[in-house]
Structure formats: C-alpha cells, structure tokens
Design a protein around this ligand. Structure first.
Ligand SMILES: CCCCCCCCCCCCCCCC(=O)SCCNC(=O)CCNC(=O)[C@H](O)C(C)(C)COP(=O)(O)OP(=O)(O)OC[C@H]1O[C@@H](n2cnc3c(N)ncnc32)[C@H](O)[C@@H]1OP(=O)(O)O
Ligand SMILES: Cc1cc2nc3c(=O)[nH]c(=O)nc-3n(C[C@H](O)[C@H](O)[C@H](O)COP(=O)(O)OP(=O)(O)OC[C@H]3O[C@@H](n4cnc5c(N)ncnc54)[C@H](O)[C@@H]3O)c2cc1C
Length: 647
C-alpha cells in the first residue's frame, strides 16, 4: 500500500476494524473500571496479566493467527501494538514474548527447532523473553559474563552466573511471567571460548510455574514507565540443558563438542537488528497517538484572546502552538515512511543472507542503528512537547501523554543505547569514507559521501535542503577522519583518537541519519502522491516541506559551516516555515483524524473524538478512591491531633 492509502484509507488493523461483534475493543472487560494509577505495584501487574490473557484469547479468536506467519506479518501488524495500548497504557508483560522471544527463535533456530518451538510459542503454550543484558553489562556484549560450558560426556550445556554482575537484568516478563527464555551466553568448549551464542532455556516448571533447580528469578522493581512489563533478573547455578537447546541456525556444536562457526559471529546479534527496525515504526505510531491527543485538545481548548475585541481563541490558532505540534504530524509520517522503507531493506538483506550473501549486512546494521536512534530521540522529545503544549491537563495520567512519553523514552535506551548505536553508524561512515577515498564503490545510502563537486549555490528548495544535509554529513565525516588521522600521526593510538573524536562522530552519524530520513520521506511521499487527489497530494507535500524546512532551521549552524547558505536564505526559510504553518493549520485536525486512532487506543481524556474534554477530566477525577469519602481517615488520625497540638 502506498503511503497515503496507509494514512487516509488505513484500514484499522484487522482486529479493530472487523464487524462490531468481532471487535476486540468492544470487549469492555478488557478495560479498567478503576484507573490502574490507583492500583498497587503488585495489583497493576496482576491486572495486566488478567487483561493479557483476555487480550490474547480474543487475538487468537479474531485474528485467525496463521501458524508460521512471517515476521513481516508481525511488522506490518504493528497496529496490534496500538490496540494493545488500548488495553495496556504501558506495555503488556508479554511484550518480549512477541517482540523478541519469537523473532529470536525464528531468526536463530534451525528449521527443526523453529518447527518445534515456534508452534508452542505462537500458541502461547510457552511464554518467553530475550535475556542478554546483565547487571554489569548492557552495551558491551562481548563483556557479558553468563557462561555456557559444553559437556560432551552428557551432551549438555552447563549455564552458570559466576558473579552478581553476571545476573541477567532487565528482560521483560522475566520476573514472574515467562517460563522460557532465549539466553545469550559465552560458549566454552574444553576451555576454549566460542563467542556469544543463543540458548533456549526453560526457567519454570510448566505445571507449577516454580523456578527450576539452579534457576534464580525475580523482578527488578519500580521504573520510570512500563510498570507492567515485569522486567526481571535471572541467575543460573550450574544449570544443565540438553545440547539441542542451543539455537543452531548460524553456529553449531556437534555431539562430540566440535564447534562449527557460522558465516559471521555477528549473526547471533540478528534479533537486535530486527527489533531496531521494528522500533522505527513503533515510534511513528506513538507520535501519531501523541499528535492526535495534543492537536485535538488544542482545537477544543480556548484560552486568552488574539484580539481584545474577540472571544477566547482555540490555542491551535497561536502560531507558537502550531510550531510545537504540526512538526509532530509530519514526524509521524516521516518515520512511518522510513520504517516501511527500512523494513524492505531488512527483508532484502535477510533474503540475500539466506543465500549466503552477507555484503549488505553492515549497511543494514548502520541504518537500523541510526534510524532507531533518531526516531526514538525525536519522538521522545516531541511527545514531551505534546504534553507541555497541553498545559496542566497534559500532566494528568488520564491524558495518556505521560505514559506515552515513558514508552518512547524507554526506547532511547533499550535495544542499544542511543549514543552507542550512533557510534556504530559512525564506524560504518568512517570506513565508507576510507573505502571511497581509495576509489572503491560505496553502499547506496553512503555513496553521497564521495561527492567531491564544489559546494553549489544554496537553494531554498527540497532538493537544496536535502543536498545541504548530505554536505553536512560528508563534511562532518571528513572532519572526523582528518582529526583521527592527525592524532594518530601525533602518536595517539587509533582507539584513543577515536574516543577523543567521538563527540564529533556522534554528530556526523546523526547528520547522516537526517539526510537519509529527509530523502526517504520526500521520495516515498512523491511516489505515493502521484496516485492521490490534488488536495491530498498538496497537503502531504506541505508536510514534507514543513519537515525539511523545520530541520534546516534546527541545524542552521551545520548548514552555515558546510554549505553556501547565506543570511538572506535563512530569512527566506524562516518565512517559508511560517507560511507553511498557516497553510497546514486548517487541515491539522483532519490530518490527525486520518491517523484513524480510535478513542480506546488513544485512551485519553484530552484526545477523544467527541472533544468532551472537561466532562472526561471530571469523570476520571471522580474515579480517584480518595473521592469516595468527603473526609479521609488521615484527618482524624493525624491532622486533627496535629492541628490541636496533640501530635
Ligand atoms: C511503541 C514503541 C516501540 C514499539 C516497538 C515494539 C518492538 C517490539 C518489542 C521489543 C522491546 C525491546 C525491549 C528491549 C530488549 C533489549 O534491550 S535486548 C538487549 C539489547 N542490547 C543491545 O542492543 C546491546 C547494544 N550493544 C551492541 O549491539 C554491541 O555491543 C555493539 C555496540 C554493536 C558493539 O559490539 P561489539 O561486539 O563491540 O562490536 P564492535 O567491535 O563495535 O563491531 C564489530 C563489528 O560487528 C558489527 N556489528 C555489531 N553489531 C552488529 C549487529 N547487530 N549486526 C551486524 N553487525 C554488527 C560492527 O558493525 C563491526 O563491524 P566492523 O566495523 O568490524 O566491520
Ligand atoms: C525499559 C527497558 C527494557 C529492557 N528490556 C530488555 C530485555 O528485554 N532484554 C535485554 O536483554 N535487555 C533489556 N534492556 C536492557 C537494555 O538493552 C540496556 O539497558 C541497554 O543495552 C543499555 O545498556 P546498559 O543499561 O548497560 O547501559 P551502559 O551500556 O552501561 O550505558 C550507560 C552509559 O554509558 C555510555 N556508554 C556505554 N558504552 C559506551 C561506548 N562504547 N561508547 C560511549 N559511551 C558508552 C552510554 O552511552 C550511556 O550513556 C531493557 C532496558 C530498558 C530500559
């Protein structure tokens, strides 16, 4: 489907768009009579499990989940995530079951292992998570301490957590929910280290759910958000598992302990690439949700007057409010187009790798890293901006903006902390620069780095801005390479030179990402718009234009350094931007309505379609348990004696 069909004609994910009787969201038992904010930590988790079971039963009933459905279906069905947001304001305890446990088996298991375990996992006969991070290590995977020692005499692996810092720490659902998991552990055979490998490990008895002997489990405690994900810890005490529990699609261990290496040790990291690709689309969904809430509220809320002689105006009529929010609409579209484009790159590379061609894996890794970073960074910042744009009511949990912020900002850390991933992309860019400088061909998304033509006259057009961002990226990469070379010539080690240049490397990596995103957004919309009505095509091009001009103004310093942009161009750009705000304002509400997110999915007093904001805020307030009685018992217990000098 082209971009705009997905926007305008977007059929709700089949679950929510089926005839009423089949509509998962029509099952009111899925929703909370008492807002979960008023539940205890333990009650929240137990309530989330209650809803999870209901939700998945309905999913299985309505979704006629096809056995062996490809990961692609999962990704395109990302709207299911939005439906699950309707039921769970935070992520469900089984987020990792679908989000990583199943993909890890699909991506790392042999056909036989997939056949056996995927069926059980998809039918929810077993529940799993992905346990890689440890108390002492998250980023530096090679530093992870959990060991898997192969014992050829019994054809078993012995899993062990040698230190407190080796305890697996963070995996979603690990605390009390799942009974299996994919554990990433350092493989040793006869004392020889064979790198990080994936192991499918049973953690709890399938009947009693008790932890198995040699397995220590628990949850890690309260967090900023994702309060129902049940992130947990796991330690092994010389825990034995059969040889066939190592997921052996890439590397194998034969019965006698012979290790057969895969085509690349990095294939064991494949699940992370997949999730980073998925996260970009997830961010687009989160942005659509927050933009819908904030724009609709800004159309309902009237505050102050633009002219003393006129009544209070919609706050959306303030240009500052348009500046805050219209970029959010464009950002959601930008990341949903980039997500689909990145998914096609991903499936293409996976297809090539199936036939042994690994050539494009490094480019995919670099793209997945940089787009995961920029989408999570931008959306976290803009969701917080949506909250602030709604004033006090945005601070209410019932607005659903604080929860949405928690979901977005968590993604800046998980699946690869953002700084670290930008440095990964920088590594790829520096290597590309060095390769290109020797006349070797570069990958399609990095080829612009070798554009040695003279810096052209700046043009305030989409082509001009996109070309400008490419100049910025290429210039930054070149500066990094020069600084590293200079330091190395002065006797600094390459590693120290890299570290001393890392602030610039991160900036170069972000600039590269912006160049890729602007170009992809623009080309994807142009492709889709050709099949659209002129009015629709016009508004979408306005959003692309707004997005490009917004980021040009946000990155003026870089453009002034690396392009020929002049003061008069900047003045003109600023005027272009303000003109675009004015043009898009009349369509703002229509555009967020076109995200087509039902009230149950928005889960927001401020964003409901009927605009009854004040009535909903009051309805939610009255649900507070404190409002059940006019005088709380603490008055008699504490305040009254205190106020009468008796405490
Ligand atoms: C509503 C909102 C969202 C909705 C969306 C829902 C999503 C569905 C739910 C999921 C929810 C997730 C919940 C969190 C789940 C966790 O967080 S799981 C744990 C995630 N952990 C990480 O990502 C760890 C991050 N760290 C790393 O990846 C690695 O340490 C680093 C940073 C890549 C460095 O690793 P390293 O071994 O030191 O590698 P390094 O020496 O830097 O590089 C060696 C080579 O390997 C390459 N390489 C490194 N990694 C890779 C890779 N992955 N692939 C290919 N090549 C690689 C490098 O490019 C380099 O290549 P060369 O330059 O040498 O050619
Ligand atoms: C909500 C949530 C859910 C999660 N779910 C899971 C899960 O299901 N399974 C799982 O395995 N893990 C999970 N994680 C863990 C997550 O993957 C790690 O937190 C993440 O990889 C970062 O590692 P860390 O926490 O050890 O931070 P560190 O790596 O210790 O990072 C701390 C700081 O050090 C900096 N730093 C680290 N290395 C470098 C470097 N080489 N260069 C420059 N700076 C560096 C970072 O930029 C950061 O500022 C989850 C985390 C969160 C927050």
């Amino acid at each position: 489907m082209g971009l705009v069909d997905q926007l305008v004609n977007q059929p709700h994910y089949t679950l929510v768009n089926q005839p009423r009787e089949n509509d998962i969201l029509s099952h009111k038992e899925l929703f909370d009579s008492i807002p979960e904010e008023y539940l205890s930590h333990k009650e929240k988790y137990e309530n989330a499990i209650r809803k999870t079971v209901l939700y998945y039963r309905l999913m299985q009933k309505y979704q006629n989940y096809k056995e062996g459905s490809t990961i692609l279906d999962e990704t395109r069905a990302n709207y299911r995530n939005l439906v699950s947001f309707a039921v769970f304001k935070d992520y469900p305890p089984l987020m990792l079951h679908n989000g990583m446990f199943i993909p890890a088996i699909a991506g790392q298991g042999t056909p036989e292992q997939q056949k056996h375990w995927l069926k059980r996992a998809k039918n929810m006969e077993i529940l799993g998570t992905y346990a890689q991070t440890e108390l002492g290590h998250g980023t530096f995977i090679r530093g992870l301490e959990t060991t898997a020692e192969y014992d050829p005499s019994t054809e078993e692996f012995v899993l062990h957590s040698p230190t407190l810092t080796s305890y697996k720490w963070w995996p979603g659902g690990l605390g009390h929910t799942v009974n299996y998991c994919v554990v990433m552990a350092q493989l040793y055979i006869r004392g020889r280290h064979h790198g990080m490998q994936p192991f499918l490990v049973q953690l709890r008895d399938e009947a009693t759910h008790m932890p198995l002997p040699g397995v220590k489990l628990g949850e890690i405690g309260a967090k900023l958000g994702l309060s129902t994900v049940n992130n947990g810890f796991l330690a092994f005490e010389h825990h034995r598992i059969p040889r066939d529990r190592m997921l052996m699609k890439n590397a194998q261990v034969l019965k006698d302990g012979t290790f057969v290496a895969g085509p690349s040790s990095k294939l064991a990291y494949g699940t992370m690439i997949y999730v980073r690709v998925i996260i970009v689309n997830g961010m687009a969904n989160l942005m659509a949700k927050a933009a819908t809430i904030a724009v609709r509220y800004s159309a309902v809320r009237r505050q102050s007057q633009i002219k003393p002689s006129e009544p209070e105006c919609q706050i959306l009529d303030y240009v500052t409010q348009q500046h805050k929010l219209l970029i959010c609409i464009a950002t959601s579209l930008a990341f949903s187009t980039c997500a689909r484009w990145l998914w096609d790159v991903y499936t293409g590379v996976m297809g090539q790798m199936e036939s042994g061609n690994m050539d494009h894996l490094p480019e995919l890794h670099a793209l997945a890293c940089s787009l995961k970073v920029v989408s999570t960074m931008d959306v976290s910042g803009l969701v917080e901006r949506c909250r602030l744009a709604c004033g006090g009511h945005g601070f209410m949990h019932s607005s659903n903006l604080p929860y949405t912020y928690g979901l977005a900002t968590a993604a800046c850390t998980y699946e690869g902390e953002n700084t670290v991933l930008l440095l990964q992309t920088a590594r790829s860019l520096v290597k590309a620069w060095q390769k290109g400088s020797k006349g070797k061909p570069l990958s399609p998304t990095e080829a612009y780095l070798m554009d040695k033509s003279p810096v052209p006259k700046w043009e305030n057009t989409l082509d001009g801005i996109i070309a400008g961002f490419r100049r910025v990226s290429a210039g930054k990469v070149q500066d990094c390479v020069s600084k590293i070379d200079k330091l190395v010539k002065m006797g600094t080690s390459y590693e120290d030179a890299w570290n001393q240049t890392s602030v610039r490397l991160v900036a170069a990596s972000e600039a590269h990402s912006r160049a890729v995103i602007l170009a992809t957004f623009r080309s994807e919309v142009s492709r889709a718009a050709a099949a659209l009505s002129p009015p629709l095509s016009r508004v979408l091009h306005q959003l692309v234009h707004l997005y490009c001009v917004y980021w040009a103004l946000e990155r003026l310093g870089d453009l002034l350094l690396y392009t020929s942009i002049a003061e008069r161009d900047v003045q003109e750009l600023q005027q272009q931007y303000e003109d675009l705000l004015q043009k898009i304002r009349p369509n703002a509400v229509g555009l967020v309505d076109a995200f087509d997110l039902r009230d149950e999915i928005l889960n927001s007093t401020l964003g409901a379609y009927d605009g009854r904001v004040y009535e909903r805020l009051m309805e939610e307030a009255l649900k507070s348990p404190l409002n059940a009685e006019p005088v709380n018992q603490s008055f008699h217990q504490y305040l009254k004696p205190f106020m009468h000098g008796k405490l």
